[in-house]
Ligand binder design. Structure first.
Ligand SMILES: NC(=O)C1=CN([C@@H]2O[C@H](COP(=O)(O)OP(=O)(O)OC[C@H]3O[C@@H](n4cnc5c(N)ncnc54)[C@H](O)[C@@H]3O)[C@@H](O)[C@H]2O)[C@@H](O)CC1
Ligand SMILES: Nc1ncnc2c1ncn2[C@@H]1O[C@H](COP(=O)(O)OP(=O)(O)O)[C@@H](O)[C@H]1O
Ligand SMILES: [Mg+2]
Length: 275
């Protein structure tokens, strides 16, 4: 088993001088129904703070003003305007779907349409409710995109069929190969499984991270890193490491680490670890 250590941070590159926002990619994050608006805001904040060039949150319109007061750098798109959502998707390098999306019919329609429209070269980060919908509706994942799944153990049980008590590196790896995905199987010892690679286990992390929104933040951070550094498994592993290494640092003086505090610390962490 590979261990994810600070060596993985070599994928964080110094920014070229002759760059502009377009250099660092376009990311669209889809989620946040009327009850779970916070989830898409936390994911969006992580994408912005990890350096994605242009960030748009697609969410319920009741979340628009909170989104703008929380993260004014992000743009907003009403999730009910499916044509406009799919136009945005067509221009994106990375689409994160699921944080706070809910499993109601509107969410199912958006996910199905995304799976129909996604193109070669694009990356999907599938999290939270989107994973539950994939399992409930028995959806096949698109074959033209690169697909990164970020399940917690119950979501992984739903998608892979492996019961939590049986989730082992070997079975998790076999499921990642079968689904042809990069799977971030989250727990207190998160594993990253990717086709034709050794399973990689995170070596950092703290129980101070056990709070709602922590995974939503990771989904946005994974998307932000892929947007800038590519969709290789090492980039996903670096995002997983960054998320937990920041949490460990904050947990030296805090009993609990809040998801937005991790996002706030990302720019300084990346600067210290740029190569
Ligand atoms: N502020 C917000 O708006 C928040 C919204 N959230 C969203 O709420 C939606 C539902 O997600 P949930 O994960 O809460 O609900 P789920 O129903 O998908 O999963 C929770 C269930 O899984 C079980 N479980 C077993 N092992 C687990 C593990 N290792 N980690 C987590 N749960 C485990 C729990 O006991 C519980 O029964 C998602 O879209 C998520 O993004 C959550 O992220 C919480 C914060
Ligand atoms: N005890 C723990 N030690 C280390 N990391 C943890 C612990 N508990 C939770 N985490 C991390 O917190 C995140 C939880 O994700 P998830 O359950 O999807 O949260 P949410 O959906 O509420 O945002 C994962 O990245 C997981 O690895
Ligand atoms: Mg989650």
């Amino acid at each position: 088993m590979q261990k994810i250590t600070n060596d993985i941070l070599k994928i964080i590159k110094k920014r070229p001088a002759n760059s502009y926002k377009g250099t660092f990619g376009r990311i669209v994050l889809i989620g946040g129904n009327q009850n779970f608006g916070g989830a898409i805001m936390m994911a969006t904040m992580a994408a912005v703070y990890s350096g994605a060039g242009l960030v748009t949150a697609v969410t319920d319109k009741s979340n628009q003003s909170s989104l703008h007061s929380h993260t004014p750098e992000a743009m907003f798109q009403d999730i009910d305007d499916l044509d406009a959502v799919m136009k945005l998707v067509s221009q994106a390098n990375v689409v994160v779907i699921g944080p706070g999306l809910g499993t109601e019919p509107r969410s199912v329609s958006v996910l199905k349409e995304l799976f129909n429209q996604v193109k070669t070269g694009q990356t999907l980060v599938i999290d939270g409710s989107a994973l539950t919908i994939v399992a409930e509706q028995k959806l096949s994942l698109p074959t033209n995109s690169t697909n990164v799944l970020t399940p917690h153990q119950m979501e992984w049980q739903r998608v892979s069929g492996i019961e939590i008590k049986n989730q082992s590196p070997e079975l998790n790896q076999a499921a990642a190969e079968r689904l042809n995905v990069i799977a971030v199987v989250k727990s207190s010892r998160t594993e990253v499984c990717s086709p034709h690679q050794e399973v990689a286990e995170n070596t950092v992390g703290t129980p101070a991270q056990a709070t709602g929104g922590m995974g939503d933040t990771l989904a946005g951070l994974v998307g932000g890193f892929i947007c800038q550094f590519g969709n290789q498994a090492d980039v996903v592993k670096a995002a997983v490491y960054t998320h937990s290494a920041i949490a460990e640092q904050l947990a030296k003086t805090q009993y609990v680490v809040l998801p937005h505090q991790i996002s706030q610390a990302i720019p300084e962490f990346m600067k210290k670890n740029e190569h």
